[in-house]
Write a protein that binds this ligand. Structure first.
Ligand SMILES: Cc1cc2nc3c(=O)[nH]c(=O)nc-3n(C[C@H](O)[C@H](O)[C@H](O)COP(=O)(O)O)c2cc1C
Length: 389
């Protein structure tokens, strides 16, 4: 067996403060401060506390060249097994089924910028309930947020260095303004009626379809879509969860942007309703949409051009934003309502969709359908454009 360090690893020096009654009673501040070193490795998706010897071993091993343990210092030997078990050190005899080895190899092949890989790998959620988190912190409404957190930073930039200010004339409104003003995040779907298939197909075509296919060579093909995309690579795929659409079985589909077709995926292990609720971190008002459009980039497509590029991940995030706004507007234009959320448990979705999280993986979830007749969950409509037409 030979060993090497995992490909990407950062060490964070962290101080955690906990309440200590004994310290308080003894006349102290009551705050117990514990400092530790945390190993952050994107392929693990979890943090690991590491002691001094572990740090020495990790820092002493090459991430590229394999070493024979017998050639390593004697004092490292007891630590090696522990670090291998935790996935921070990889053994060459671990087979392709070893999850740590497989994820480390995937990362090596992927051209992620290491800092972006870290942010991506360690901000994934599994089993998070965002609603419960808001309730337990008493931050469900704007009033409560203000009470708990104090006032936010101002709603616009305050500049005291302006040399002059030009008042701009308001433009005459037209139909496009009406459309923009009718866009409001929907948290109340009307599930008493199904969504017509034509509405689903129109939204998908406008947002995700290729409007043209440009073949540079047979193996190098670019798509033209309605949304901009960094490098024109369009890495963001759409998976469509059909909850209630006329003529389509509920289930999870892959949307083929060239053929404008939906390919059905095997049913997930969990019932669809439960999976969707888990996916949107307990936000039942979103899980309830007639259709959910899951945005899942294939990072390798972007990183083919932008290798270890400091801005590549940012470009993919921005692209998802363009897609979601186009989805909001397309749905609104069709008389429907929409939302986007990144408060998602991507782990369960990646599993259900069969995605390898480091090379491809769910980034955000949109939904659309008929808006309900009553606002049971809050929507932001101060102009009364949506709720009091
Ligand atoms: C990236 C992003 C993530 C969002 N995530 C959530 C979410 O998790 N839950 C939610 O209720 N709304 C979410 N929203 C919707 C915002 O709350 C909403 O856009 C905002 O309150 C303004 O309202 P409007 O979209 O109706 O103008 C999200 C919006 C964006 C752009």
């Amino acid at each position: 067996m030979r060993v090497r360090r995992c490909k990407v690893l950062y060490l964070e020096s962290r101080e955690e403060v906990t309440f200590d009654l004994d310290d308080l009673l003894a006349g102290g501040t009551g705050a117990r401060r514990v400092r530790s070193w945390i190993a952050l490795a994107p392929h693990l998706g979890a943090e690991h506390v590491v002691d001094a010897l572990a740090r020495e071993v990790i820092g002493g091993l090459s991430p590229e060249q394999w070493s024979e343990p017998a050639d390593l210092p004697d004092e490292w030997q007891p630590k090696l097994k522990e670090l291998i078990d935790r996935g921070l050190v990889l053994a060459d005899q671990a087979g392709p089924d070893d999850p740590f080895r497989a994820r480390d190899e995937a990362l090596r092949r992927s051209h992620w910028h290491p800092l972006s890989a870290l942010a991506h790998g360690l901000t994934r959620w599994n089993g998070v309930d965002a609603v419960e988190a808001m309730q337990s912190t008493g931050t469900e409404t704007a009033d409560k947020l203000r009470d708990v957190l104090g006032p936010p930073p101002p709603e616009r930039a305050i500049r005291d260095d302006l040399v002059s200010k030009v008042a701009l004339q308001r433009s005459a409104l037209n139909g496009f303004d009406d459309l923009l003003r009718r866009r409001a995040t929907c948290r109340n779907f009307d599930r008493s009626r199904a969504l017509p298939l034509a509405s689903l197909t129109q939204v998908l075509e406008r947002v995700f379809a290729a409007q043209a296919v440009v073949s540079v060579t047979p193996d190098t093909v670019f798509l033209k879509k309605n949304c901009p995309s960094g490098g024109g690579l369009h890495p963001v795929d759409a998976f469509v969860v059909v909850r209630d659409v006329t003529g389509l079985d509920p289930g999870i589909y892959y949307y083929d942007p060239i053929e404008h077709a939906l390919g059905r995926l095997p049913d997930p292990a969990m019932p669809l309703e439960k999976l969707m609720c888990e996916a949107v971190a307990g936000q039942t008002w979103f899980a309830d949409a007639h259709v959910l459009a899951i945005m899942a980039p294939r990072y390798a497509r972007n990183f083919w051009k932008y290798r270890q590029h400091a801005k590549a991940y940012r470009a993919v995030l921005l692209e998802a934003g363009h897609l979601s706004q186009t989805l909001y507007l397309s749905a609104t234009e069709a008389g429907l309502a929409a939302y986007v959320t990144c408060a998602i448990n991507e782990t369960c979705l990646d599993e259900a969709l069969g995605l390898d999280p480091m090379n491809e993986g769910v980034l955000a979830v949109c939904g659309f359908g008929w808006r309900g007749g009553t606002m049971d969950t809050m929507e932001l409509d101060p102009l009364g454009t949506v709720w009091q037409p």
